[in-house]
Design a protein around this ligand. Structure first.
Ligand code: DAH
Length: 427
């Protein structure tokens, strides 16, 4: 896809791809069938001492060991736990909050405040809500431990805001927007970060709305959807050229992506479509038709505010945070300085369970936001069938110069952990 130069494109726009191999494989047959954390943590609160570090997410108290456990069904590292509850999208002076509010303004104006808004729903959800309820096939790659953070075999950190569609439909909401932090195991570069933010929109129609139009329900919803989202793109980007691309999502049919021509490139703005009838049927809306869309806030904010690296959204450096003003969309970010990167290469013989996501998790675990990029620069298989990978790791701080000593120490740590945790042979 040509338009994928900014932040991530959707993980769901491909039909079921079989899982790649992954290290945290689900092999035991004796998993407890725990429910999503909301239920299970409130049960625990009764006998547990209050935990000082507990977070309050969407009204649910969460302690670290609710989320991070030394258990084969859990692959959430401390670094990810540390992001839970930061809720950048709820800060009015943060680019993500400013963008969210600008989208809210559009919907409030066009639909006279009819859309219910949710931006504080707990990111810890059941596998059912995240995948089954939105018809993600059982063998879809997004369900793998390599791609998604599992709290236990039945509970994940949501990997998209679509995880809330079915529940809100069941509760009777017919017009709603859900904004939240979403979590995906991924590679490391300037547009990928394991936590990012999405907004989901859903609108349900009743038969009288399309019957008078003479169109069938699906066509009516699709044309309303396109009109609505073209208006949104103009509201955010001005008078830009746009195009619609047919695509695939498990939850919609037909499905589309909207692209805009911006700064001399086609940029994918969002995914959307007419909601699968099965999702509506299961939520008791047999006679209705609906549309849905999902968009990545970082992806759009990076172009709207000229933010060159996705790590900056997490910066608490005043030279970053002070540049943005509540209600002002599109203030251009002025880089306060550019510190030099430092590159370190490492080569090793991989094994069958090696994945780049697992490597990146280790690098982030050691270097945190100092890890700017992890890139495969060499790859070969010898006569004995052993495959070697060479990765180049770029370390760079957004805020200061790094010393050689500091970087060497990080690199030794990375090497050590890669050898131990990934069982590869360093060369
Ligand atoms: N959930 C999708 C993703 O994260 C985005 C999306 C696409 C949401 C189409 C929707 C939709 O509601 O209709 O990649």
């Amino acid at each position: 896809m040509a338009a994928m130069s900014y932040a991530r494109s959707t993980l769901f726009s491909k039909p079921a791809l079989l899982f790649r191999s992954f290290t945290f494989s689900l092999t035991c047959s004796s998993f407890s069938t725990s429910s999503a954390l909301s239920a299970h943590s409130s049960r625990r609160q009764k006998w547990r001492q209050p935990v000082v570090s507990a977070l309050d997410l969407g009204g649910v108290k969460i302690a670290k060991d609710d989320v991070v456990r030394d258990d084969p069904t859990n692959n959430v590292p401390d670094t990810i736990y540390a992001k839970l509850g930061l809720q950048l999208h709820r800060r009015d002076q943060h680019p993500l909050g400013i963008l969210k509010n600008a989208i809210f303004d559009y919907f409030d104006t066009i639909y006279a405040n009819k859309f219910d808004k949710f931006d504080n729903l707990c990111p810890i959800v059941s596998v059912k809500a995240n995948f089954d309820d939105v018809l993600v096939p059982p063998d879809h790659v997004s369900r793998s431990y390599n791609d998604t953070y599992y709290v236990d075999s039945q509970t994940v950190l949501r990997c998209h805001t679509s995880a809330h569609q079915a529940e809100l439909l069941r509760k009777g909401h017919t017009h709603f927007l859900v904004t939240g932090d979403v979590y995906r195991r991924d590679s490391i570069d300037s547009t990928h970060y394991p936590v990012f933010h999405q907004m989901e929109g859903v609108r349900v129609f009743s038969p009288d709305e399309w019957e008078t139009s003479g169109l069938d329900g699906t066509l009516y919803a699709a044309s309303d959807l396109k009109k609505c989202l073209e208006g949104l793109a103009r509201h955010l980007f001005g008078a830009v050229e746009m195009r619609w691309i047919d695509t695939y999502f498990p939850f919609t049919d037909p499905s589309f992506e909207l692209e805009i021509y911006f700064q001399e490139k086609w940029l994918e703005v969002l995914g959307c479509g007419v909601t699968e009838q099965e999702i509506l049927r299961r939520s008791g809306k047999t006679d209705n038709v609906a549309w849905a869309f999902g968009l990545g806030l970082e992806r759009l904010a990076m172009v709207l505010f000229d933010i060159p690296d996705i790590r900056l959204f997490w910066s608490s450096d005043e030279r970053f945070t002070s540049q943005f003003v509540k209600g002002q969309l599109g203030v251009k970010f002025k880089p306060f300085s550019k510190f030099p990167p430092c590159y370190k290469d490492m080569s090793f013989w991989i094994n069958d369970s090696f994945t780049e996501n697992n490597l990146c998790e280790i690098v982030r675990g050691v270097a945190g936001d100092l890890a700017e990029e992890v890139q495969l620069i060499d790859n070969f298989t010898n006569k004995k069938g052993m495959t070697s990978h060479c990765y180049r790791i770029a370390y760079r701080s957004m805020e200061r110069s790094l010393t050689d000593e500091e970087i060497n120490e990080l690199q030794w740590n990375v090497r050590d952990q890669v050898e131990k945790k990934l069982n590869v042979v360093l060369r």
